[in-house]
Ligand binder design. Structure first.
Ligand code: PXL
Length: 283
C-alpha cells in the first residue's frame, strides 16, 4: 500500500484540510500520515475561532521519522498557518523527497496552495504570504491552485470573465515558478460548465469539465486535492485523477445542497465515499 503524508492544519469542525484529507485518502486505499501544522477550533470562515500554531512540532516529528527511517511515496501540502511554515515545509521536502536536483522520483510532491478564493486572500494571511507559498509551489511535481491563488502566485490580474488565452498564460506563468505540472481549478469557459485545466513542463495539457453547481461550499478545494492525491498515489494518470476528483466533488456538492446545515460546515463528502470506492473498483 502506498503511503502519503499530508501537512496542513486540523480544523476540528468544518470539513476542511486534515478532516477531509484523512478520510478521503484512506477510503481510496492509500495510507495517510499527517503532520498537523496548527489546530483550530474551526476553519477561519467562522466568526470565532481559536488557532494553536504547531510550527515547533514540525522539526522534532521529522527528526523522529528520519530516525525510524519512515519513508513516503507522496507528500501533500495544504493550508499552512504562517509564512515561516512555508520555509519549514521546503525543508521537509528536502529531507523526505530529496533536495532540488537530487530527487530520485520515488516521492511525489503535491501542493495545494490553499490561501485564497473568490479574489481574496484568507483572513489569516498578509500580503507577503503568496510569495512564501510560491517557494513551496516551486518544489512541487503538481500544484493545484484556484484562479485567485493562480493570480496571487503569478501577478496576473484576477478575473471572473476570461478566455482560454488567460488560463493558458496563467498556467505558463505558474510553471515558471518551477513546478512540474500546474492544474488550475474552478475554470469555466461557458455558462453551466466548470472544471480544471492543467499544463506540464513538456507542454502537455489536460482539461476536464463537469456541470457547474450553483452552490459553493467551504472546503471543496480540499476534497478535490485530496481525491487527486489519492488517485495519483494509486497510479492513476493525471487526467484520470483530475476527472475522478471533479466528479466526486460535484456529487459532494449535490449531496450537500439539500442539507439545512450552514455552508460553513463544508460539503457532505461522507455520503459519497461509497460511490468513490465503487468508481475505484472500475479503475
Ligand atoms: O479549506 C482551506 C482552509 C483550510 N484550513 C483553514 C482554513 C481554510 C480556508 O479558509 O481557514 C484553517
Amino acid at each position: 500500500m502506498k503511503r502519503i503524508v499530508t501537512l496542513q492544519d486540523i480544523s476540528c469542525v468544518g470539513r476542511c484540510s486534515i478532516t477531509v484529507a484523512l478520510p478521503v485518502i484512506s477510503a481510496m486505499g492509500v495510507e495517510c500520515g499527517i503532520l498537523p501544522t496548527a489546530v483550530l477550533s474551526t476553519h477561519t470562515m467562522f466568526k470565532h475561532f481559536t488557532c494553536k500554531d504547531l510550527s515547533d512540532q514540525i522539526e522534532p516529528i521529522s527528526d523522529a521519522w528520519e530516525k525510524e527511517q519512515v519513508a513516503f511515496d507522496g507528500i501533500y501540502t495544504g493550508y499552512l498557518a504562517t509564512g515561516d511554515q512555508c520555509r519549514q515545509v521546503c525543508k521537509f521536502f528536502d529531507r523526505f523527497a530529496g533536495e532540488p536536483g537530487q530527487r530520485d522520483g520515488r516521492c511525489m510532491i503535491i501542493v495545494d496552495p490553499a490561501m485564497a478564493d473568490h479574489g481574496r486572500l484568507y483572513q489569516a494571511f498578509d500580503a507577503s504570504f503568496p510569495d512564501r507559498m510560491a517557494q513551496v509551489c516551486a518544489r512541487a511535481d503538481l500544484i493545484l491552485p484556484n484562479i485567485t491563488e493562480g493570480s496571487l502566485l503569478t501577478g496576473l490580474p484576477y478575473k471572473t470573465e476570461y478566455d482560454e488565452a488567460y488560463i493558458q498564460e496563467m498556467l505558463e506563468r505558474l510553471l515558471l515558478l518551477g513546478c512540474g505540472t500546474a492544474a488550475l481549478t474552478g475554470v469555466s469557459y461557458e455558462p453551466g460548465r466548470l472544471g480544471v485545466a492543467a499544463l506540464d513542463r513538456n507542454g502537455k495539457s489536460e482539461s476536464y469539465f463537469t456541470r457547474r453547481c450553483e452552490q459553493s461550499y467551504h472546503g471543496t478545494g480540499d476534497i478535490y486535492s485530496s481525491a487527486v492525491a489519492g488517485g495519483l498515489m494509486r497510479g492513476m494518470s493525471l487526467g484520470d485523477a483530475l476527472a475522478l476528483a471533479a466528479d466526486f466533488v460535484v456529487r459532494c456538492i449535490e449531496a450537500t445542497a439539500s442539507s439545512k446545515n450552514p455552508r460553513w460546515y463544508g460539503a457532505e463528502f461522507e455520503s459519497q465515499i461509497p460511490w468513490l470506492c465503487e468508481r475505484l473498483k472500475e479503475m
